[in-house]
Ligand binder design. Structure first.
Ligand code: AMP
Length: 276
């Protein structure tokens, strides 16, 4: 496995890989969910690239950029053991040198939900992913369904900007009690961790009720009632997975999405509405 610490080395190493190439962007602090993405990448492509980069552009000034968990040596070890071909782990100053002045503007599915609470977040995600796609030129972009709005935003970007890259969206990997794995779960205090699986339970209940014919309001009320303190709901909604706009009727591709606050930490999750 090659570990490239700058863009020139990454470009050279990526160009030598056998095609098709799959690319898994991450912020490191890897957990079993990230490794599921790597497994999916390896099953789909002849070579796999993983980036480890805590992207400052996608954090607001009041967010956790400085304290976001970093575990470079453990991450590199786990990726080597998982059969990854190339790791790209640049410094922020290499990705955004002095004078950096450009960004991707994203609308459509970037509006609302995470986009409303984190105004520059999806532009920051789209900008870094576009840069890495240009540098590494993969055939497949591997993303987790846990961040469903991110998948919708990046799908729109690839389409709108004519990038010949296919998205492989991988199901959410969960703890045994149902909590979606996340690098931020380490922030949870014991009472928050104990209540955390109720987010997934609530979303699942809403998805079942909605599929069975309950209206949106009734389905979401069931979710709200199932989510336990000290979690506090930021939003709950039923959306189309591509447009990320609210839907009124169960349709192919509908998702129940939710975000809760657990102390200083936000937890996100989503559950697909079962098809009739
Ligand atoms: P992050 O390091 O949090 O930016 O996540 C990197 C990629 O891993 C994104 O595509 C996430 O959606 C995906 N991911 C994070 N957690 C999970 C999970 N529990 N299951 C599946 N994919 C995940």
């Amino acid at each position: 496995m090659i570990v490239a610490r700058d863009a020139a080395a990454a470009r050279r190493a990526a160009a030598d890989l056998r095609r098709p190439v799959a690319f898994v962007p991450t912020m490191g602090a890897l957990h079993a969910g990230h490794l599921r993405l790597v497994d999916a990448a390896r099953a789909r492509a002849a070579a796999t690239i993983v980036s480890l980069f805590v992207n400052p552009l996608q954090f607001a000034p009041d967010e956790d950029f400085a304290r976001y968990p970093r575990a470079f040596d453990a991450d590199v070890g786990a990726l080597a053991a998982a059969g990854v071909d190339l790791v790209y782990a640049p410094e922020a100053a290499d990705v955004y040198p002095p004078g950096f002045a450009s960004a991707v503007v994203v609308a459509g599915p970037a509006h609302g939900f995470e986009g409303a609470r984190r105004p520059d977040h999806f532009s920051g995600v789209a900008t870094v992913v576009l840069k890495f796609l240009h540098l590494l030129a993969p055939d497949v972009l591997v993303l987790g369904r846990k961040d469903a709005q991110q998948v919708a935003v990046l799908r729109a970007m690839l389409r709108d900007l004519d990038l010949p890259v296919e998205i492989l969206a991988v199901p959410t990997d969960r703890e045994p009690d149902g909590l979606a794995r996340s690098s931020r779960n380490v922030y949870l205090a014991a009472p928050e961790r104990a209540a955390a699986p109720s987010l997934r339970r609530g979303l699942g209940l809403a998805a079942e009720r909605f599929a069975a014919g309950a209206g949106v309001a009734a389905a979401l009320a069931a979710a709200e009632a199932a989510i336990l303190p000290p979690l506090s709901v930021e939003y709950l909604a039923i959306v189309d997975e591509a447009a990320f706009a609210p839907v009124e009727d169960p349709a192919a591709g509908a998702l129940v999405v939710g975000a809760v606050r657990a102390g200083a930490t936000r937890l996100l999750d989503n559950v697909a509405v079962p098809r009739a």
